[in-house]
Ligand binder design. Structure first.
Ligand SMILES: CC(C)(COP(=O)(O)OP(=O)(O)OC[C@H]1O[C@@H](n2cnc3c(N)ncnc32)[C@H](O)[C@@H]1OP(=O)(O)O)[C@@H](O)C(=O)NCCC(=O)NCCS
Length: 156
């Protein structure tokens, strides 16, 4: 278990950390331009970066607050730091902060074959609620739509 420091980021230079993690993680990473345009929407778009004890960025989560819903857009941890609880800490923080801002539910999409992510989300109380056929490309794949209906503060 790694003890992370998790901070909401708002500055352009923090986006570089996110892009580095994106580039080793996703086949179709979000671009700098996409993130910069998101940064302008202070009231709905949020980015959290997890740092290890020496300050290296090891994971991030980007999410939207849509009315009373947390929409998780991206969540990733550097391969060499996985299975150390980083994603769990990020998710806990996002759900708690979302709840503090009035969210009652949380949702996300995940590739059907992404077992590590599905396990992580199930453990955090998310359940599969639907399928979007061929939602992803590179490679083509269905998305499972997950929802967490309980109050995000309630981890029991
Ligand atoms: C999915 C991902 C974010 C998990 O990050 P992580 O920091 O390793 O996750 P955690 O250490 O908090 O794991 C929490 C639990 O999730 C499950 N889990 C995580 N990785 C797993 C794996 N490879 N195989 C099986 N279960 C896994 C386990 O239940 C784990 O608890 P445990 O270690 O006590 O058994 C990480 O694998 C990743 O970045 N993957 C690529 C990007 C991605 O797929 N993001 C999600 C897209 S929506």
């Amino acid at each position: 278990m790694m003890d992370c420091v998790i901070r909401a980021v708002r500055a352009e230079q923090d986006i570089e950390d996110i892009l580095r993690i994106e580039s080793v993680t996703f086949t179709r990473p979000w671009t700098r331009e996409m993130y910069l345009s998101e940064l302008e929407h202070h009231d709905v778009a949020f980015f959290y970066v997890a740092r290890d004890p020496v300050g290296e960025a090891v994971g991030f989560c980007s999410w939207w607050l849509v009315l009373d819903e947390v929409h998780i857009n991206n969540l990733a941890v550097l391969p060499e730091h996985r299975r150390a609880g980083v994603a769990t800490q990020l998710l806990d923080r996002v759900l708690a902060d979302g709840a503090a801002r009035g969210a009652h539910r949380a949702t996300l999409e995940v590739r059907r074959s992404n077992e590590p992510a599905l396990k992580l989300y199930e453990k955090a109380g998310f359940r599969v609620a639907g399928v979007r056929r061929n939602y992803y490309s590179h490679p083509d794949e269905d998305a499972l739509v997950l929802w967490r209906e309980r109050s995000p503060m309630d981890r029991s």
